[in-house]
Design a protein around this ligand. Structure first.
Ligand code: ZN
Length: 143
């Protein structure tokens, strides 16, 4: 299996079986965002306790890239401190803008499957939709 095929299969697995999809009982904050260019429409829910992201979920609809990226984001950020999550979100957004490389961020693991999306400028918004929602959310909490 080539890297491209491997990346494609990771993306499609997260699209077909999204992790942490659905409402979140006891959520301390929720942010809705949409991408009119593609029709992606996602709400991210977060439960923050003691400065940690205890639970993270998302719901909505969208293309494979937006759903897979949201699914991977929930796995990436759950259990992280608010401060670490802010850093990882900014690092991920910088990579997607082409200002940094996935190879410099081994912590992103499966997210590197979005490598090919960086070249498709219209789709970068799909891949960053849930992340921008989480960024907005974390800008409004203490810690
Ligand atoms: Zn999309």
């Amino acid at each position: 299996m080539s890297f491209d095929e491997l990346y494609q299969s990771i993306l499609m697995d997260h699209y077909r079986n999204p992790r942490n999809a659905g409402p979140l009982s006891g959520a301390t904050c929720s942010v809705h965002d949409h991408n009119p260019l593609c029709g992606d429409d996602i709400t991210v829910h977060m439960k923050i306790t003691g400065g940690n992201i205890a639970h993270l979920s998302f719901e909505g609809k969208g293309c494979a890239i937006s759903i897979a990226s949201a699914s991977m984001m929930t796995e990436q950020l759950t259990g992280k401190t608010v401060a670490t999550a802010r850093t990882e979100i900014d690092d991920f957004l910088a990579v997607m803008r082409g200002e940094s490389e996935f190879s410099s961020h081994p912590e992103f693991e499966e997210l590197a499957s979005l490598e090919g999306v960086r070249k498709l400028h219209a789709r970068v918004k799909c891949a960053t939709l849930a992340w921008n929602a989480a960024k907005k959310m974390l800008s409004e909490v203490d810690g």
